[in-house]
Design a protein around this ligand. Structure first.
Ligand SMILES: O=C(O)CCC(=O)C(=O)O
Ligand SMILES: [Fe+2]
Length: 843
């Protein structure tokens, strides 16, 4: 049985700050001069185990309809059925009361609309029903990377900074000091709609708002209707709107003392005024007027007004409120194979599209999330059952996943059937609750008040407030999670996917709007084999300067920067071989090819030149580095020394770590710039403090913005080393306004299949040294949806290749399917460099 990585919440991303490898480069010339393009082995070397690798062939198969339908329909139909069972189970919880989605769903909504009590009962659910135990139940859960990564004191400092602003110089200052331009445009509530609710359309203002709301279909976003409890939800959402308008943390406007400081901006003050309207069927204009009397009219959001209008109208009747937002609905797998299953031909040869189905997957893992709704921290344990042999035979084998702070969450990868329990931090035997992972129960809320009726619960919460048993911030956290819980059920019904994020999230509709500035660009992945192109000015290094010094902040000042960049031109080329670029091109185009649509995975071959590859290998294993080698020697697992990289990582985080900053040298800096081009984001976001021109002045700006990229992580896998299936995303604190997560992961393969590294130098195996040639070490996405492959997709290491995948979906949810693994290296050495890119705003 394998051992999950202990996931201490404090094991955060600070590590990427901790080191910067130093090196000199006198030996580079001999090392690099023999590299050439052929070494990459060209296009044909690359393949996937799944049909994704056969994309080149799809064009030829386009006319093979007959063939396809006669040979494979039967199998696919069965596959589809099996898979559908799994999907079906995922929505059972939400559909237990209604066995049909369409008409039933609407009736269900109607029925529930008025009664929060019923809503709570249904949504509260019985957690441990429908336990599904799979063959893989014994496999360990592996902790996702750290959660709650922003240290509390930093969050606190930021809030205080903003508050200072309010008190001193009104909200304008606070908005500026609260962040850079993007942050100022950030609206977490963007895309939330409380206006187009038929039964509420009473005023011309609302009718206008309805007309304004366009239905977006790009990026597979569809409207999702949600229903929320009136009082706590309105308070929470109102805080989100206020926070968006004012540029502060949501909990701040929720907190009573803070509200006092905020004066007429405070949420309590505004809600009290709204309360005065209740009972007399107020109009939207009246509500808007109240908002405008507290906030500058430029900050009055129409949807915010609609929300409060619903509140005012429903207060007397106790009815819940309704809204809509967008949710990503995963397209049918047949659309992933454009040439194999062109939609017209599916119709033309008379086979319903449903017969082309996803292959059932042999891997059953998924992400889980635990939320602590109590006022005390708790510890989460994986209960791995009884030890079957050895000196501890018969004893319970429990593994600490981590501590979950009050009103915060923690994540770990799991399998159906896994048992977890939570206990007090001081006594493991003081078990507070138990959970069993099932395909439809991946998110658990530990709630000490769970068994109380709604009335009693509210009573208890009020009492806690009165007795100062919790802070206003904790109350906000609890209520925000409850809003999230309600939304997640509606999301599940709509999308059949588990909501792993915190509602609300701004979504990415694929259009070039203001939203694009607050969410990163995403390459479309409509079908496997789809090719996009991006241009980069950051050409291949085909030779290196004698001295490679680390860069300082001054080196990034515009003059220094352009000088440096042009000084490097003599070492760079659009051709991997160098020297052949007679046109002296300053830019080159690289192809981005879709290798998986769900999850969204793309690759760029020849992303790095052989010289760059060798440079990174030198950093990893050269005379000054050797860090990842140490890493792979670590054997922290208690179960027979079986190594997995998670253990090693836990270790490296307490030692130096194989992290390399972009300031390492001009080559590494160039690779980061190229990665920014691949992501289609501004490379300045990858610097320490991005300060857009309009904010650069005489004023020294407060450090409000961390770079959106972690340091490059250099990894070395020796035979037997691997990295079990995990997610790269993180779960931000519910209190964090910007909800920053690891948005995308970029893997740069340094050694490829068949490569050897001898005396630190990479080359293709000559045949003589075949025993040292890399075998295995593929990156797998075991849950990638394909029509034929039960093991998802498998990407072979290929020197210089970049693979990028998105950890989040266009609607802001985490993409559970982005789960991936580094297969065991069978032979030789795998060198990999990772770059994790975060959402564009980190507060
Ligand atoms: O080794 C691989 O192929 C994957 C590495 C990875 O997933 C990670 O470092 O997060
Ligand atoms: Fe990963």
């Amino acid at each position: 049985m394998m051992h999950p990585l202990d996931n201490d919440t404090t094991m955060d991303h600070q590590i990427h700050q901790t080191m910067s490898l130093k090196m000199t480069s006198s030996s580079y010339e001999t090392v690099y001069s023999e590299q050439n393009e052929e070494e990459y082995g060209g296009e044909d070397e690359y393949s996937y185990s799944s049909s994704a690798g056969e994309d080149e062939d799809y064009e030829e198969e386009e006319d093979n309809d007959e063939d396809y339908s006669s040979n494979t329909n039967h199998k696919i139909t069965n596959d589809f059925k099996q898979h559908f069972v799994a999907i079906g189970v995922a929505i059972i919880a939400a559909l237990v009361t209604h066995m049909h989605i369409n008409g039933g769903y609407m009736t269900w909504r109607e029925e529930m609309r008025n009664d929060w009590e019923i809503l709570m009962k249904r949504f509260g659910g019985n957690k441990n029903e429908n336990t599904i135990v799979s063959n893989n139940a014994a496999a360990a859960p592996y902790a996702a990377p750290s959660m709650n990564y922003i240290p509390t004191h930093q969050r606190k400092m930021a809030s205080e900074k903003a508050m200072e602003g309010y008190i001193k110089e009104d909200h304008q200052y606070a908005r500026k000091s609260g962040g850079h331009e993007r942050a100022r445009e950030y609206r977490r509530t963007d895309g939330l709609s409380f206006c187009p609710v038929a039964h509420l359309i009473t005023s011309p203002a609302i009718t206008a708002a309805v007309d304004d709301s366009t239905s977006t279909s790009s990026n597979n976003l569809e409207d999702v209707e949600f229903l929320l409890a009136l009082d706590p939800s309105v308070r929470v959402l109102h805080s989100y709107y206020l926070a968006d308008a004012l540029g502060v943390e949501s909990s701040m406007v929720y907190e009573d003392p803070a509200a006092e400081l905020l004066g007429s901006y405070g949420s309590d003050v505004i809600l009290k005024d709204i309360d005065l309207l209740s009972g007399e069927e107020p109009t939207l204009d009246q509500v808007k007027h109240i908002l405008e009397s507290h906030l500058p009219s430029s900050l009055v959001d129409n949807e915010h007004a609609c929300l409060l209008h619903q509140y005012a109208l429903n207060k007397a009747t106790g009815r819940s409120i309704r809204g809509t937002t967008k949710a990503y609905v995963r397209p049918h797998v047949s659309t992933f194979y454009r040439s194999k299953f062109p939609s017209h031909s599916v119709a033309a040869f008379g086979k319903p599209a449903a017969k082309v189905g996803p292959a059932p997957l042999s891997f059953t893992g998924f992400a889980t999330k635990f939320i602590n709704l109590s006022t005390q921290p708790v510890k989460l344990y994986w209960d791995a059952g009884r030890i079957s042999s050895g000196p501890r035979e018969g004893q319970m084998h429990t593994v600490l996943i981590g501590t979950v702070q009050s009103m915060e969450s923690i994540g770990t990868a799991s399998h159906p059937g896994h048992q977890f329990f939570i206990a007090t931090t001081y006594d493991k035997d003081n078990v507070l609750d138990r959970y069993t992972a099932t395909v439809d129960e991946q998110v658990w809320y530990y709630d000490p008040l769970e068994d109380l009726s709604l009335e009693k619960r509210v009573e208890e919460m009020d009492k806690m407030t009165k007795d100062k048993k919790w802070t206003a911030k904790q109350r906000f956290g609890r209520e925000a999670w409850m809003v999230n819980q309600s939304f997640s059920r509606d999301y599940l019904v709509k999308t059949r996917m588990i909501w792993l994020a915190n509602f609300p999230q701004p979504y990415h509709d694929g259009s070039n709007t203001a939203l694009e500035k607050v969410s990163n660009h995403m390459w479309p992945a409509e079908y496997i084999g789809q090719v996009h192109t991006f241009d980069t000015n950051h050409l291949y290094f085909t030779d290196l300067p004698q001295e490679l010094e680390s860069l300082t902040k001054q080196d990034y000042e515009p003059d220094m920067e352009s000088q440096r960049l042009s000084a490097m031109e003599q070492f760079q080329s659009t051709s991997l071989k160098g020297g052949t670029d007679s046109d002296n091109n300053k830019s080159m185009s690289l192809n981005v090819k879709v290798v998986s649509c769900a999850p969204r995975v793309v690759e760029v071959k020849k992303f790095l030149s052989p010289v760059e590859v060798q440079h990174l290998i030198n950093l990893a294993s050269g005379e000054t580095g050797n860090i990842p080698m140490e890493l792979s020697r670590v054997s922290a697992s208690p179960n027979g020394g079986k190594r997995m990289r998670g253990d090693a990582m836990a270790e490296v985080r307490s030692s130096k770590g194989g992290w390399i900053h972009r300031e390492q040298d001009v080559v590494v800096d160039t690779i980061f710039r190229r990665v920014a081009d691949l992501l289609n984001i501004d490379e300045r976001l990858m610097r320490d403090h991005y300060t857009p021109e309009d904010l650069v002045g005489d004023v020294e700006l407060p450090p409000t913005h961390d770079r959106v990229v972690e340091a490059m992580q250099l990894l070395r896998y020796d035979p037997g080393d691997g990295y079990t299936a995990h997610h790269d995303f993180t779960f931000p604190s519910v209190g964090s306004r910007y909800q920053p997560r690891r948005f995308a992961s970029v893997l740069l393969y340094l050694t490829g299949e068949g490569d050897v590294v001898e005396n630190g130098v990479r080359s293709k195996s000559s045949g003589i040294n075949d025993d040292k040639a890399l075998e295995g070490g593929e990156t797998t996405f075991p849950r990638a949806i394909t029509t034929e492959n039960h093991d998802g997709i498998k990407i072979k290491p290929q020197s210089g290749k970049a693979v990028m995948f998105y950890n989040v979906l266009p609607d802001g949810n985490m993409d559970d399917l982005s789960q991936h693994a580094g297969e065991k290296v069978e032979k030789g050495v795998k060198y990999l460099a990772n770059i994790f890119v975060w959402d564009p705003i980190i507060n």
